[in-house]
Design a binder for this molecule. Structure first.
Ligand code: SER
Length: 613
C-alpha cells in the first residue's frame, strides 16, 4: 500500500521548509556523543548543540535545522506495544539567540497546517504551555501566540514542570516548552481527557523548548542564559504514524518491510495487528521487537562511530538488542539466526538515502551481526548445560520444590547470557515453574546498580537488598578502587578502567592492557591490595569541582559538564578516584583480596574477577 506520506517525502518537505525560511542544515551527529560521558547515546537532537545553546557561536549561524538519529533504551521493555521504539529520527530546528517564542510557534504552525506542507486540519491540534512555578513565570507569550493563530483557548492547556519543562539532564540548558498534540479521533477517556492523560487520543508530535535557562550544577536553581534560544524536536515516526492514519508505529512501510521478511522466514506465524487475543498479541509483539531492535542495531553498527557488541556500556546495549531480537525470532521458529541478516540488509537499503555511507559499510555491518549471532549460539549452548545442572539440583533436592528461583534465573541470564523467557519455556517442558517475579526483583536490583551504563556500575547508584549483601557490595566496590590503583602501579599506567561490575560474590574489572598478566604481576597486584587493606586507612569522600578533582590527580571517567561538582573517594595515599559511591568506611573492613580469574575481554582489554574472603 502506498503511504500518504513517506519518510523520504517528509524529509524533503522538512528540508525545503527550513531552507525557504533561511535556516542552515547541520549534519546528523553520531549516535555516540562527542566528549560527553554523561549519556551513552545521543538521545535528543539538541545534544550536539549544547555548547551553542550555552552561548558559543555556531559556525553555521543562528538558524539551524537537521534530522538526528536518536537512541533511547529507558523504555526497552515497552517496545512491542503500539508506540515505543528504541531508536527514532528527530526533526529539529534551532534559533541560537535569533527568533524566540512567537516566531517559533508560527513556523511550527505553518509547517503543520499549511496545504503546501503537512496540511493538518487546525481542529486536529491542541497544545500545552508552561503554567509557571517558582523558577519561571506562566508562559503567556506562547499561549497568546497559539490563540492568535486560531487554536481556541479550550485546546491550550497550561501544565506544570512535569509536562512543560524540558532539560536533557541534571545540568545544562533548559526551559519551558510548548508541546503540540495531534487528535487521533479516538473517543475521549472522560472529562479530564487531554494531552497529558496518555489515553492515546492525543499524541505529542512536536516539542518547542524555549531554552533561556541553564542549570549550572545538579539541584541548582535555573539561571537565565545571556541569549534566548529555541530548540524544537518532532518525532518523524510519530508524525508519519498519525498522518498515515496508522494505529501503531509499526505499520509504517519501514517496519512492515522488515515484518514481511520475517513472516517469510517464519513460515509458521504471520503478523496480524487486528487480532488482539493473547496468543496473537504475543506473536505480534515478537515481530515488532525484532523489527525495532534490528533497526537500532543497524543504526549502531552503521554509525560513523560504529558500536560493536561487547559486555559493557554501549556494546552491551547493542548486544542486548541483537540477542533479544534473536530470541524473539526463535519464538517465531526462525532458529537460524543468520537468516536475520536479510532484515539487516533490508534496513541498510531502506536508509541508504539518509546515511549515504552506510551502504558502503554493508558487509561490515552484516559481518558484525553474524559474529554476534554465532557467539550467541554458543552462549545458548553453554547456558543449556547450566540449565540442566539447575534442573537436576532441583529434582534431586530433598525439598521437593518445583521452582527455579529468581536468583537462579538471574544467574543464568547474567552469567550465561541465557534469556529468562527461554528459561521459562524450557522449565515448562521439564514440569518446573519459574519465579519470574523474583527474577524481576533480582534484575531491578542489578539495573539500579548499573544505571550509569557499565562504565562504573555504581555511579549514582543506590543499593537495595538486605543489609549483609549491601555491606559486601560496598566492600567489593572499595576493593575495585584498590585493584584499579594496584594495576596502575604494576602496569605503570593510571586510569585503566574500561568496565566494572559487582555481584554479592565477586567483583569484575575490565582494564586496558595489551598482554595476559603474568603470574608475577597478578601476585604483585594481590600483595599491593592486601597491604593497603592491612593499612586500615579510612575511606574518605570529598565533594569538589571537576577542575579540582583533575588537579588533585584523581583517576576516573571525567565528563565535560561545565561547573559540575563531583565526589572523589580517597583511601590512604594509594587510591583517589572519581566516583558516586557508596563504599566501606575503612580499608581494613575488606578482609583478604584474591584474584580468581584473569582473561581477555576484548582486543586490548583484560578482565579480572576477584573476591574478598
Ligand atoms: N530537546 C527537545 C526534545 O527532545 C526538543 O527537541 O523533546
Amino acid at each position: 500500500m502506498q503511504e500518504k506520506l513517506t519518510f523520504n517525502a517528509l524529509l524533503d518537505k522538512w528540508s525545503r521548509f527550513w531552507t525557504e525560511n533561511n535556516h542552515k542544515q547541520i549534519k546528523n551527529s553520531s549516535l555516540v556523543p562527542d566528549g560527553d560521558t554523561s549519556v551513552l547515546f545521543t538521545t535528543a537532537g539538541m545534544q550536539p548543540l549544547v555548547p551553542y545553546l550555552l552561548g558559543r557561536p555556531h559556525p553555521n549561524g543562528t538558524r539551524l535545522y537537521n534530522v538526528q538519529t536518536c537512541l533511547r533504551t529507558d523504555d526497552i521493555e515497552e517496545v512491542g506495544d503500539s508506540s515505543h521504539l528504541t531508536s527514532f529520527h528527530m526533526l529539529g530546528n534551532w534559533s541560537l539567540g535569533d527568533y524566540f517564542k512567537e516566531e517559533s510557534i508560527k513556523y511550527s504552525f505553518n509547517f503543520l497546517t499549511n496545504p503546501k506542507w503537512l496540511n493538518i486540519p487546525l481542529e486536529k491540534l491542541s497544545v500545552t504551555v508552561f503554567k509557571g512555578d517558582e523558577n519561571a513565570p506562566y508562559d503567556e507569550v506562547s499561549a497568546a501566540a497559539w490563540e492568535k493563530l486560531g487554536i481556541p483557548k479550550s485546546r491550550i492547556y497550561p501544565l506544570g514542570k512535569k509536562d512543560n519543562w524540558w532539560a536533557a539532564g541534571d545540568t545544562g540548558p533548559c526551559g519551558p516548552d510548548t508541546e503540540i498534540f495531534y487528535d487521533t479521533g479516538k473517543p475521549s477517556c472522560g472529562e479530564s481527557c487531554g494531552p497529558a492523560c496518555n489515553c492515546g487520543k492525543h499524541i505529542e508530535i512536536w516539542n518547542n523548548v524555549f531554552m533561556e535557562y541553564n542549570v549550572p550544577a545538579p539541584g541548582a536553581k535555573p539561571e537565565k542564559l545571556p541569549k534566548q534560544n529555541v530548540d524544537t524536536g518532532m518525532g518523524a515516526d510519530r508524525v508519519l504514524c498519525v498522518l498515515n492514519g496508522y494505529e501503531t508505529v509499526f505499520e509504517r512501510t519501514c517496519f512492515m518491510g522488515a515484518i514481511v521478511i520475517l513472516e517469510e522466514l517464519s513460515s509458521h506465524f504471520s503478523y496480524n495487528p487486528s487480532k488482539k487475543d493473547n496468543n496473537s498479541e504475543a506473536v505480534n509483539k515478537d515481530f515488532r521487537i525484532i523489527a525495532d531492535h534490528l533497526r537500532s542495531a543497524v543504526f549502531l553498527l552503521g554509525d560513523e562511530m560504529p558500536t560493536t557488541p561487547s559486555n559493557t556500556g554501549r556494546g552491551y546495549i547493542l548486544r542486548r538488542l541483537i540477542r533479544r531480537a534473536i530470541m524473539c525470532a526463535r519464538k517465531l521458529y526462525i532458529t537460524d539466526s543468520r537468516q536475520l541478516t536479510k532484515v539487516i540488509e533490508y534496513y541498510i537499503r531502506y536508509y541508504a538515502n539518509l546515511y549515504p555511507n552506510m551502504d558502503m559499510r554493508a558487509s561490515d555491518i552484516v559481518g558484525e551481526f553474524v559474529k554476534e549471532a554465532d557467539a550467541f549460539g554458543k552462549t545458548l549452548a553453554s547456558g543449556m548445560k547450566e540449565f540442566e545442572t539447575v534442573v537436576s539440583t532441583i529434582k534431586s533436592s530433598s525439598e521437593r520444590s518445583n521452582l527455579i528461583t529468581g536468583q537462579q534465573v538471574f544467574r543464568l541470564y547474567d552469567t550465561f547470557g541465557f534469556p529468562p523467557e527461554l528459561t521459562e519455556e524450557l522449565a515448562k517442558e521439564k514440569g518446573l515453574t519459574v519465579d519470574m517475579a523474583g527474577f524481576k526483583v533480582a534484575y531491578a536490583e542489578h539495573q539500579e546498580k548499573s544505571r550509569a551504563g557499565g562504565a562504573d556500575m555504581f555511579k549514582g547508584g543506590v543499593f537495595r537488598g538486605d543489609g549483609a549483601q549491601e555491606e559486601m557490595l560496598k566492600k567489593l566496590h572499595s576493593a575495585t578502587h584498590l585493584l584499579h590503583a594496584a594495576l596502575g602501579k604494576v602496569l605503570g599506567n593510571t586510569s585503566l578502567q574500561r568496565g566494572s561490575n559487582i555481584t554479592a560474590e565477586r567483583l569484575r574489572f575490565d582494564f586496558l592492557c595489551d598482554h595476559k598478566l603474568t603470574d608475577d604481576e597478578i601476585k604483585r597486584v594481590e600483595e599491593l591490595v592486601n597491604s593497603w587493606i592491612k593499612a586500615d586507612e579510612p575511606i574518605v569522600c570529598n565533594e569538589m569541582s571537576l577542575d579540582e578533582a583533575k588537579r588533585s590527580g584523581a583517576i576516573g571517567i571525567f565528563s565535560d559538564k561545565y561547573g559540575e561538582k563531583v565526589t572523589v573517594y580517597s583511601m590512604g595515599g594509594f587510591s583517589k578516584e572519581l566516583c558516586g559511591g557508596p563504599h566501606a568506611s575503612r580499608t581494613g573492613e575488606l578482609g583478604s583480596f584474591k584474584i580468581t580469574k584473569e582473561e581477555a575481554s576484548s582486543a586490548g582489554v583484560r578482565r579480572i574477577k576477584a573476591e574478598l574472603r
